[in-house]
Design a protein. Sequence first.
Length: 395
Amino acid sequence: MRLIYPDYNATTPIDQQVLETMMPFFMEKFANPSSQYSSAKETRKAVEESRTRIAERLNAKNGNIIFTGGGTEANNLAIKGVAFANRDKGKHIIVSQIEHQAVLKPCKYLKNFGFKITYVPVGHDGIVDVKAIKKAIKRNTILISVMYANNVTGVIQPVEEIARIARKRGIYFHTDAVQAAGKMRIDIERLGVDLLTISGHKIYGPKGVGVLYIHKDVTIDSLIHSGGQEMKLRAGTESVASIVGLAKALEIALDNIDEEQERARKLRDTLEQGLLASIPDCYVTGHRERRLFNTSNLIIKYVEGESLLAYLNFAGICASSGSACASGSPEPSHIMLAMGVPREFANGSLRLSLGKFTTEEDIYRVIKELPEIVKKLRRLSPVERVKDGLLLETQ
């Protein structure tokens, strides 16, 4: 039985072209780029050329591309690095309630150092309340962080508008663009952001490598201390193969973005139409238009998410109840709760995210299998729906 993988927002397989680009830097071109001999200069050149190519693709004219060990590290560097470097100016940070844990956890950590965090709400459509951001700004606000596209719902946030607000008030603005990169064209100059994060393994590149764009006017502290790599902001020997692979992956994704958007959007719409027609008490969360072309997050009432994932796994279908980083947590998605989904239904959240290897056959397999699994789980469920809409305990 062929494995069906509608979980591309969790991670992607590496592209064959990317792998081929990386291979020489594991064997023939293995020198430490910080060394002084000629072979090391070759690997240093590969790193710097990759930096330039990524900057060009992101239109990052007025800042630096810093390579990190992944999106999580890049977000930590952005949040904690700005906070520690600017604490004399203020100790107030604004983030949305639907951020990835790689933003929320660093903010929680900063509370130990006297920082105050304001969590702005989102609407039922999953879009951040811009008015609430304006209202939350204080004299001592030093940073606002709002993700570009949500990892669970795919909803695209008004980052350009928020960036304008932040700039007028002299506040740094960071956006976690890990899910947006490769699925949208990112123009940093147009967006007006000060810091932006991407990750290799979300765009058919290698795991363990990410990028933090930092505007030249941003004051930031390093978190890892040793050598002077990455403009003294990220010490440690660069993973040359991974960096080269990330640059290649971004180029491939952007070169094929129009065709992939059209293809995957049709598959996603077919998937949603088929599931909504065959599963009662099921709906799509978030804004139906303003979202990534590959992402569908469903609330399936009267089922428990972990059981749903287990049965899908038995059927050879990989899916997620939210972020892969939060798997194993018994709590419902904080994103669903922030959007006003009742706790008892938030547990039935199911994210299906498509990628460039998803086929029409895969879609119809999910449409066939998932409704049957839901029927089975609802028969086993400790609650049942009654005619007046109330939930009653079964005997």
